[in-house]
Design a protein around this ligand. Structure first.
Ligand code: 5RP
Length: 260
């Protein structure tokens, strides 16, 4: 692995503890103005001091984020479907590696949909992108999307995560499930969890805690932060779990703002 790749990975996975809080606000590429992100800059700017990286689309980066910001960027580079289309998550490349480099991305994110009838398109799309990214030392985060008809269990997440890693992804983003340690132990690259649909803050914090303690290196969380009743409190609370080994109870106090 060359110096550049290692350096970029260190911007995503913090060397001090090997963990990461990725703030995910890339939802607009298939959901449009997602609740909480209607004015993305107003929501995101107060959260940045507590996140290690920001995951978003090139349009969000160019139109909402100040180029003087110093947070490492993970760029969403797959897409091509919408929530009202017939083949949601039948994604392909939507950002060239040159544009990702131009936008100074520290990493890129590409979704695959294992188990869908079009799985091959998404997998080949990701591997072609990995080949290009490798040429420039850009790490690829495989997003193991899960279609509505798929069973979200350790068997499925293990299959999708291990496939992504075997095919060359440098980090895998998947979903927390029961027996998550099985997913971790069979995946040879670092794993982060997506937060998934909004749930009560205490439950989301417990999920992050359990994922970390099952071996995930962190979270790539969006809706459970920016749709929270207290987004700043929530990102601080997630940060406390990931980087300060806070318990869910302690983190909930941080969320409520009681904890300094
Ligand atoms: C949307 C994504 C998001 O980055 C990912 O799902 C994390 O966001 P959330 O915590 O809201 O699920 O890939 O397709």
């Amino acid at each position: 692995m060359d110096w550049g790749m290692k350096n970029r990975l260190s911007k995503i996975i913090k060397p001090k503890d090997g963990r990461t809080v990725m703030l995910a606000v890339d939802h607009g590429y298939f959901m449009g103005p997602t609740s909480g992100l209607e004015q993305l800059d107003k929501m995101v700017n107060p959260l940045l001091p507590y996140a290690d990286t920001l995951m978003l689309t090139r349009g969000a980066l160019r139109n909402y984020i100040d180029p003087t910001c110093d947070i490492p960027i993970v760029l969403r580079v797959s897409g091509g479907t919408s929530i009202i289309g017939k083949e949601l998550l039948h994604e392909g490349t939507v950002v060239s590696i040159e544009d990702a480099i131009r936008l100074n991305a520290s990493g890129v994110a590409y979704s695959i949909l294992v188990g869908a009838e079009f799985e091959r398109d998404t997998i080949l799309g990701m591997t072609q992108y990995i080949d290009e990214a490798e040429r420039y030392g850009i790490p690829v985060i495989a997003v193991t999307a899960v279609g509505k008809e798929m069973v979200r269990d350790a068997r499925y997440m293990s299959l999708a995560s291990r496939m992504a890693a075997e095919l060359g992804a440098h980090i895998v983003k998947t979903y927390f499930v029961k027996d998550f340690e099985k997913v971790i132990e069979s995946c040879p690259v670092p794993v982060v969890i997506a937060g998934g649909k909004k749930q009560p803050e205490a439950e989301a914090l417990k999920m992050a805690y359990d994922a970390i303690h099952a071996g995930a290196i962190g979270v790539d969380m969006g809706r459970n932060i920016f749709q929270s009743s207290n987004p700043v409190g929530m990102v601080k609370a997630v940060n406390a779990i990931v980087h300060k080994n806070a318990t869910p109870k302690e983190a909930f106090e941080v969320f409520k703002g009681n904890k300094k």
